[in-house]
Design a protein around this ligand. Structure first.
Ligand SMILES: Nc1ncnc2c1ncn2[C@@H]1O[C@H](COP(=O)(O)OP(=O)(O)O)[C@@H](O)[C@H]1O
Ligand SMILES: [Mg+2]
Length: 306
């Protein structure tokens, strides 16, 4: 197959090592793999026609069999999807599809969807005025988590221990943007008494890897990019069932589902449409198993209509 990988890498930067590794693995398996830096595209939209250029040269879009979409959806905007649209217009399949990504982009919408699936989720409050803080405190108790509904890599997830921190944090958020919508959540404790969560990597409706992430002693967030340590994890049947149900509902071909294993069972945090590859690859790699190889094989299956 001829595979194109759209990355969020800007024109001045090198590709991430795992993206280069994807290309190498694809090529070793007899495929043609082209990596694209987001910042090197150039589009001309004209009446009745469009032309996409890459690195200054006109790009033969329809020569690609499939596109792996690793663009990040920045904040509230999907402006960068003009590139994806050009491939879709020419009938080239894009994985993940923009619809599924849009569905999973907003943490609040995702929680609403998971809630109606009957999934046990991180209970969350949304308020729009300071007067409602008192009501939140009737239903939740400290410590609390505050998070941006579009955050990723743990960058917009905060921990507050008392009312003073809560009020000043909310005050600061609304000072930056009075219309900001954010989540206030219980701080969920893991059954092992540590700060840990699970990341489940789903590909084509199948769980292909799962890891337990344990926070570093300098951070309460268990994101791999925040220094969490990772280890391969075994899931219970119930956890597996719920992860697959969630991924299926969002229509994501590639998904990362996060949950905390509590004494009362799994509590689901979120679904990621562009899950990181580093931590999960490290946690699950063996002599005969590489998550990157699985991704290449799955893309080839999709191309062959399987
Ligand atoms: N309600 C919560 N209770 C306990 N830990 C949480 C909670 N929400 C988030 N975390 C921790 O913070 C990390 C980042 O939060 P998350 O909602 O997954 O945002 P991001 O999209 O930035 O990864 C999680 O992996 C988890 O370790
Ligand atoms: Mg997360």
């Amino acid at each position: 197959m001829k595979l194109g990988i759209l990355t969020a890498t800007i024109s001045e930067c090198d590709f991430f090592p795992n993206i280069i590794e994807l290309k190498n693995i694809g090529e070793r398996n007899g495929h043609t793999v082209h990596l694209f830096r987001n910042g090197e595209f150039n589009l001309i939209v004209d009446s009745g026609k469009t032309e996409l250029f890459y690195s200054g040269k006109s790009l033969d879009i329809s020569s690609y069999d499939i596109i792996l979409n690793r663009l990040s959806v920045r904040e509230k905007s999907n402006a960068e999807y003009y590139i994806v649209n050009e491939f879709l217009k020419k009938g080239v399949p894009v994985v993940n599809s923009p619809e599924s990504i849009m569905k999973a982009r907003n943490k609040l919408f995702s929680l609403q969807i998971m809630s109606s699936l009957g999934i046990n989720i991180t209970r969350s409050a949304v308020i729009r005025r300071p007067e409602d803080i008192d009501n939140v405190l009737k239903h939740f108790s400290f410590p609390l988590i505050i998070k941006n509904i579009f955050g990723s890599l743990g960058s917009s997830t905060l921990l507050v221990y008392d009312i003073k921190q809560l009020i000043s944090t909310i005050d600061w958020i609304w000072n930056v943007n009075r219309n900001e919508i954010f989540l206030i959540q219980d701080f969920i404790r893991s059954e092992d008494g540590k700060i840990s969560d699970f990341r489940v990597f789903i590909l084509g409706g199948e769980i292909i890897g799962a890891m337990k992430r344990t926070n570093s002693d300098k951070d309460f967030r268990a994101n791999y990019t925040r220094g969490a340590s990772v280890e391969k994890a075994l899931l219970t049947e119930e956890e597996e069932k719920q992860c697959l149900l969630i991924a299926d509902e969002f229509g994501l071909e590639i998904a990362g589902v996060d949950f905390i294993r509590t004494k009362e069972g799994p509590v689901f945090l979120e679904i990621n449409s562009n899950p990181g590859l580093d931590g999960i690859r490290q946690a699950t790699k063996t002599k005969n198993f590489d998550i990157l190889e699985k991704i290449i094989n799955r893309l080839n299956e999709i191309k062959r209509g399987l």
